[in-house]
Design a protein around this ligand. Structure first.
Ligand code: CTP
Ligand code: MG
Length: 223
């Protein structure tokens, strides 16, 4: 089964702030996006890369792609994450696609291999982490609500998320038809009533959302 890595870098990075898209912000001297491309190449199980970029940012993305030893192409993203993901999967040629947020530059080759193995077997697989903190709701005024939120069975979901290409494409089509707003790709598959396997995620695989996350990631990369 040929495997395509689809890296999503077409967001605005609004919470990150600044002039440029956070996917191109420098982490240890390289664009955020570049670190994921290297991990995908090192995993040894990925045949091609598709990077989804914002219009106008293609040249920078092409530059990062040129540095990794895998065939790659750049396609334009859309307004919502799910539009970008669908554009990337449509451009991918593998029977298996791994959809990954460029905002997670510390993804490891081991995690990529774990997701590929489970997606080959089950058709859909995502990395999960247990929720260890106490979870509560707050009211709009900065005070805690009294009701308990049971933590049991709750997990946090990461990327890369792996799917048989045909499965995720039909899930996106169904989600589009029903006007679902998807927070991740597994949501589309789950909405169709299809199973998604869970594999152990990686606590280092953090998502860069706010500027201060960059310093955290630099610490992890350096250490
Ligand atoms: N993404 C995308 N296309 C979109 C929206 C998001 O390719 N229309 C990508 C982002 O580039 C990022 C990933 O999806 O790598 C996860 O999204 P998020 O962390 O929310 O990034 P942004 O949407 O860029 O940030 P923000 O929500 O703060 O604007
Ligand atoms: Mg976003």
């Amino acid at each position: 089964m040929r495997v395509s890595g689809v890296i999503l870098a077409a967001g605005r990075g609004e919470r990150f702030g600044g002039q440029e898209n956070k996917a191109l912000a420098l982490l240890c001297g390289r664009p955020l996006l570049y670190h994921s491309l290297v991990a995908f190449a090192r995993a040894g199980v990925v045949d091609e890369l598709v990077v989804v970029a914002r219009p106008g940012e293609e040249p920078l993305v092409e530059g990062a792609l040129a540095e990794v030893p895998l065939p790659g192409r750049v396609v334009r993203g859309g307004e919502r994450r799910q539009d970008s993901a669908r554009a990337g999967v449509l451009a991918a040629s593998g029977e298996l696609v791994l959809i990954h947020d460029a905002a997670r530059p510390l993804v490891s080759p081991e995690l990529i291999r774990r997701v590929v193995a489970a997606a080959r077997k089950h058709g859909a697989a995502v990395p999960i982490l247990p929720v260890v903190d106490t979870i509560r709701r707050v009211d709009g005024r900065g005070f805690l609500r009294a009701g308990q939120v049971p933590r049991e069975g709750l997990v946090r979901i990461q990327t890369p998320q792996g799917f048989r290409r045909e499965l995720i494409l039909s899930a996106y089509a169904e989600a589009e038809k029903r006007s679902f707003l998807l927070s991740d790709d597994a949501a589309a598959v789950l909405a169709m009533g299809r199973p998604v396997a869970a594999v152990p995620g990686d606590p280092r695989n953090l998502k860069i959302t706010y500027p201060e996350d960059l310093a955290l990631a630099e610490g992890l990369l350096g250490g």
